[in-house]
Write a new protein. Structure first.
Length: 92
């Protein structure tokens, strides 16, 4: 089966921030292991077969942060903490 050519452009700050408002634990999982959901996107939700990533880009403000919830001890979650997980990931 042919692979569908695809590109993924991720605005980390907005996706992580929106997910963090809904479910902080899910946001941390999303940010900490991008390989799992990138692989899932590659292999599912397409009619013509799995995707072949032509471009994978993540745009992140490394100085950005969000406040942690009180249950998590307060403080801040800095986006730079997740940079390495995204730069090391290759799920083509």
């Amino acid at each position: 089966m042919d692979r569908v050519r695809a590109a993924l452009f991720l605005d980390f700050d907005n996706v992580f921030g929106g997910l963090h408002q809904i479910d902080p634990a899910a946001a941390m999982e999303f940010a900490g292991s991008p390989g799992s959901w990138v692989s899932e996107l590659r292999d599912t939700l397409t009619v013509a077969g799995p995707r072949r990533w032509l471009v994978l880009r993540c745009y992140m403000n490394p100085d950005g942060s969000l406040p942690k919830s009180e249950e998590d001890g307060g403080g801040r979650v800095y986006f730079s903490k997740f940079r390495r997980a995204f730069t090391r990931q290759d799920s083509r």
